[in-house]
Write a protein that binds this ligand. Sequence first.
Ligand code: ZN
Length: 406
Amino acid sequence: MSNCIVCQQPGIKEFLDLGETTLANKFIKKEEIGYSEPMFPLTVGFCENCGHVQLMEIVPPPAMFDHYLYISSLSETLKNHLHDLATKVVERCSLTSDDLAVDIGSNDGTLLSGFLKHGVKVLGVDPAANLAELAREKGVETFTGYFGEETATKLKAEYGPASVLTSTNSFPHIPDLNDFVKGIAIMLSDSGAMFIEAHYLRDLLEQNAFDTIYHEHCSYWGLTAAQHLFNRHGLEVVNVERMPLHHGQLRMTIQRQGTSTPTAAVMQMLADEKEIGMDKLSTYEAFAKEALKLKEELNATIQKAKAEGKRVVGYGAPAKGNTLLTFLGIGPEHLDYIADRSPLKQGRYTPGTHIPVVPAEKILEDQPDYVLLLAWNFAEEIMGQQSEYRERGGKFIIPVPKVQVV
Ligand code: ZN
């Protein structure tokens, strides 16, 4: 890839190389071990023209999203968050049964089922056919496919314009951003609003969350680059909020330019991003140094436990866990298994590193000495669920933002 996916100018500067990795969500079956898994370079760069942080090489989306194992409703925290978002949007936009809400990257329909409760018409868009089935069971009609100019034109002709568009956690997935935003400009009603939630680049930098970098996320969003992108298509970010969910999120409200005046929060965030150097390559080079330091510390912690004859396992098999395992060189010789609540991952093996994924109950049956918490963004929720393990003397290793044994 040579040109920036936001401003389409050449000259992106690479600042972090996480090595060659497999696709982070491609958990494999036992019989697939030993066969070659596709590997792709995982390198990140910064565009000095528009400030956008992005992957240097992009994997075609169908390889990652046509069958998807991440299900929104399996995390209580996330489910509550999405239902809360639906209620807020219904109130803020005074939506009625005449309005249509379209969710892009609608997953299993969790967010839209929140809109349904308020009587709003809904439509999901998601490329994963397996998830569309789960959504339909919730009464959420879902178009299976990718969103862009062509899909928007088709859906608008069939369903009319959308009063509200939402996208939670899928905005970083989109390689053809200009086509995607053209689609938004088509689908959105004149006074309509789009609500986007995505990881916030500032949080990623402040938390050393290098493991949230994997092939699915071709973008790492700051407001400066996002505003640049929307402005190219007659849209603008009119409000922003930072939220603690996952590892820190940015919620943006987008409308047609001139519909409403951007809030002071927008101006403040743009100024803050400049202030902390998010417009400078040197900031990202410093982040890359921190990632390497964390790798050393974490490897030392695990090696020490193994040297003492302790048993170490993992908890949580999120996609980002695979960036961490690969970058650190951790395999089944370090972790006996990884426990996870998702039935779609249990019985499978981590891509590339081949650690077995087992049901969450295994932790208590087994009482290992240490549990490496790969889903560290849900640390509080998981440690709450596993309080008995800790009461019996078990310890968690939290890898990010800094190595902690608790
Ligand atoms: Zn750019």
